[in-house]
Design a protein around this ligand. Structure first.
Ligand code: ADP
Ligand code: 5GP
Length: 187
């Protein structure tokens, strides 16, 4: 059976950047595409970054017990990992990489135990998070404010993770992540 890599962090920490970097390495990783009830952002496409569902479709799948886990990460915005997605990747012999919120990250780690490595990407400061989200330019001021407001709470989850990677200098953070991930996959 393949292994599982879980990445969580406050929004704007650089988690997606680091996950995309790992996907470009030769590690047999497949991204677990989550379902969400939020609208696509920028150039996002259904079935690539997310399966974009209406709130009604999302609720239907909850009722059908189709999620390994799901969370209302921001008010009215649901995100969840479909069991079918993880099984599809494992059945095809791949290692799974998750980009999920801090609560989902802790839950998936508990579920898979030693088969999973959970990584918390820590930003240098909450102010830097705000700056990165503004510079990324993909979210409205209200959405940025709600993400920054949640960051302090999310930072308290760091001790629940196997590894904490501080993303101040991106190149160093990527190199450090590649090292721990390679070691875990080789074990
Ligand atoms: P997340 O997935 O955690 O929300 P992203 O990977 O989208 O975060 O990164 C947020 C923004 O910050 C992006 O525009 C990204 O290019 C930028 N970024 C990522 N890492 C760094 C870093 N170490 N220093 C400065 N900017 C960064
Ligand atoms: P974004 O809207 O920036 O794409 O994601 C917002 C947050 O939702 C991020 O913290 C992301 O990791 C989280 N997220 C994405 N997919 C899932 C999922 O399937 N489950 C959980 N619990 N969180 C998710």
């Amino acid at each position: 059976m393949g292994k599982l890599l879980i990445f969580s962090a406050p929004s704007g920490s650089g988690k997606s950047t680091i996950v995309n970097y790992l996907l470009g390495q030769n590690l047999n990783l497949r991204f677990s595409i989550s379902a969400t009830s939020r609208e696509p952002r920028g150039s996002e496409k259904n079935g690539v970054e997310y399966y974009f569902l209406t709130p009604e479709e999302f609720r239907k799948r909850i009722a059908n017990d189709e999620f390994l886990e799901y969370e209302e990460v921001y008010p009215g915005r649901f995100y969840g990992t479909l069991k079918s997605e993880v099984n599809r990747i494992l059945d095809n012999g791949g290692n799974v990489i998750f980009d999920v919120d801090v609560v989902g990250g802790c839950n998936i780690k508990k579920y898979f135990g030693d088969k999973a490595l959970s990584v918390f990407v820590e930003p240098p400061s909450v102010e830097e998070l705000r700056y990165r989200l503004e510079k990324r330019g993909t979210d409205s001021p209200e959405v940025i404010a709600s993400r920054v407001a949640k960051a302090e709470y999310e930072l308290t989850f760091a001790p629940c993770f196997d590894v904490i990677i501080r993303n101040d200098d991106l190149n160093r953070a990527q190199a450090e992540t590649l090292e721990v991930v390679t070691k875990f996959l080789d074990e």
